[in-house]
Design a protein around this ligand. Sequence first.
Ligand code: ATP
Ligand code: MG
Length: 298
Amino acid sequence: MDKTRLRIAIQKSGRLSKECQQLLKGCGVKLNLREQRLIAHAENMPIDLLLVRDDDIPGLVMDGVVDLGVVGENVLEETLMDRQAQGEAADYSVLKRLDFGGCRLSLAVADDFDYQGPQSLEGRRIATSYPWLLKRFMDAQGVKFKSVMLNGSVEVAPRAGVADAICDLVSTGATLEANGLVEADVIFRSKAVLIQSGNALPAGKQQIVDKLLPRIQGLQQARESKYIMLHAPKDKLEQVIDLLPGAERPTIMQLAGETNQVAIHMVSSEDMFWETMEGLKALGASSILVLPIEKMME
Ligand code: ATP
Ligand code: MG
């Protein structure tokens, strides 16, 4: 094992793995991912990837086994509270909140349960894989309950008579609905985060981190931005620019052999709605193009 290479733990297979791999690829890291391998070496940078279960990622980072990790805040917080309760060290920092892996940890009850707020669960059994996050929420609400720890199939617990309610991750709510459950209260909102171990990194590794962070920033910013091009009549220029989302300093260009129209190019931090495009068209604009941006650096 080469100790000079930056070690990053990502989920091997699951909801975060594809986006983690795409993120690294977007940062210019060439990966050679073979199935069933725990470790993958980047070909063009001194980076090694550890492909593991997401539950193991916070611990690996906090123990300094890896330098960086990408994990959901839900798993991070849960591990943190668990380690603190066990008196284990939990030294890490969040380098960046990422723009994927969004979900919420919610209380859900059977659709015929009369839910009037967390108090309705006083003394009840709640099945969850997140006992610490659940306890923190219920303590704050002053509600006593019994935790039933389940690592999977939490959503079948009420039907199976194992629990009266569940506390589980939700994104669309389809799984809840399929199991005759309704979302009752959101207790935690989560996204994926990039975390770093507490130990200061040796200079060589720190250099790589300092390269990766602005690249991640550039990718995220690009995803939120659009490149907008259009032709507009010169005499309506101000009205056209007023309609453009977030247009501070658009580029105005001459069109060859055309004196009444100009071309406008701009980067917008917002998406352009059909309604805006129709408004532009009504002002006499034409050839309106909205393009995705792949990367950007300011
Ligand atoms: P592993 O085998 O790595 O332990 P897992 O089954 O625990 O995988 P996944 O279901 O792949 O985990 O989810 C990984 C993370 O993705 C979650 O911890 C959460 O942060 C995020 N996530 C986003 N949307 C959802 C969702 N709808 N349900 C569950 N997790 C979600
Ligand atoms: Mg897991």
